[in-house]
Design a protein around this ligand. Structure first.
Ligand SMILES: NC(=O)c1ccc[n+]([C@@H]2O[C@H](COP(=O)([O-])OP(=O)(O)OC[C@H]3O[C@@H](n4cnc5c(N)ncnc54)[C@H](O)[C@@H]3O)[C@@H](O)[C@H]2O)c1
Length: 249
């Protein structure tokens, strides 16, 4: 039997990069996957990829910075599949780069709205649905920058640190009610999120990973799968880097 057989999973930001890879991995392991993204075309393409590999899923448009969209996403999941067992809160943006004393206020508000409030709005509605479904597993997509700083990215670093704290709180509140919550901390992963970086910056970033390269989305999805599965039944409130050794330095 597949490890997520008959489980119902939501993945936000599943139209690209890590989220798409998580959605495909969940589906390969037998989950029914609710693919959500604010970009309809890319989200629907992820559903086609799932269907092509023999999996089950459907698309719901959701801008995670909207509480209403998050509530509607959970309701659409319950309407279609009758339960919610797994949520990978993955949608995120990089945001502007500038030192803190010059950081544009609008850019700060946007990054916090998507990367931190967006996850709170998600779990706010996912948790009651999971409690009604007999329990569940939440995996929040933080970053190595949920553990250390990165000059010129104050909003991203603050949001990802906040996300790690939120994850711990969920674990404390719902551990005895059958919900586990963990955070994942990827280092730099080859996805469209890094598309605006020039070649020199990319090479510099590669050099910061002791393993000598950036990661692939599939390497993050493997960890997310394990944390989402019964194999991680005693794991909650934790932060797991998947970082090619970045944080070992
Ligand atoms: N790529 C990396 O190096 C890296 C490293 C650490 C953490 N992460 C985190 O992983 C997550 C996924 O990043 P990625 O690299 O796959 O990026 P990506 O840009 O490839 O994919 C992000 C997806 O999120 C969607 N999205 C953006 N804003 C949204 C919103 N408001 N509501 C709903 N969907 C929205 C986009 O449409 C896109 O499909 C993010 O939270 C990111 O911070 C990425």
């Amino acid at each position: 039997m597949k490890i997520l057989q008959d489980k119902v999973a939501i993945v936000t930001g599943a139209g690209s990069g890590i989220g798409r890879s998580v959605a495909l991995t969940y589906a390969q392991e037998g989950a029914k996957v609710v693919v959500s993204d604010m970009d309809e075309d890319s989200g629907r393409h992820t559903v086609r990829l799932i269907t092509n590999q023999g999996g089950e899923g459907f698309f719901v448009k959701c801008d995670v910075s909207s509480p209403q969209d998050n509530e509607a996403l959970v309701w659409a999941t319950i309407d279609k599949y009758g339960a919610l067992h797994i949520a990978c809160n993955n949608a995120g943006i990089g945001g502007a780069m500038a030192p803190t004393g010059m950081y544009p206020v609008e850019a700060w508000d946007k990054v916090i709205a998507v990367n931190l409030s967006g996850v709170f709005y998600g779990v706010r509605y996912q948790i009651p649905a999971m409690l009604n479904s007999g329990g569940g597993a939440i995996v929040n997509m933080a970053s190595i920058l949920g553990s250390v700083g990165f000059a010129n990215s104050p909003a991203y670093v603050a949001a990802k640190h906040g996300l790690v704290g939120l994850t711990k709180n969920i674990a404390l509140e719902y551990g005895q009610k059958g919900i586990r919550a963990n955070a994942v901390g990827p280092a730099f992963i080859k996805t469209p999120l890094l598309k605006d970086l020039d070649e020199q910056t990319m090479q510099w970033l590669v050099g910061r990973h002791p393993i000598g390269r950036m990661g692939e989305p599939e390497e993050v999805a493997e960890l997310v799968l394990w944390l989402s599965s019964p194999k991680a039944s005693f794991v909650t409130g934790a932060y797991y880097p998947v970082d090619g050794g970045y944080l070992a330095q």
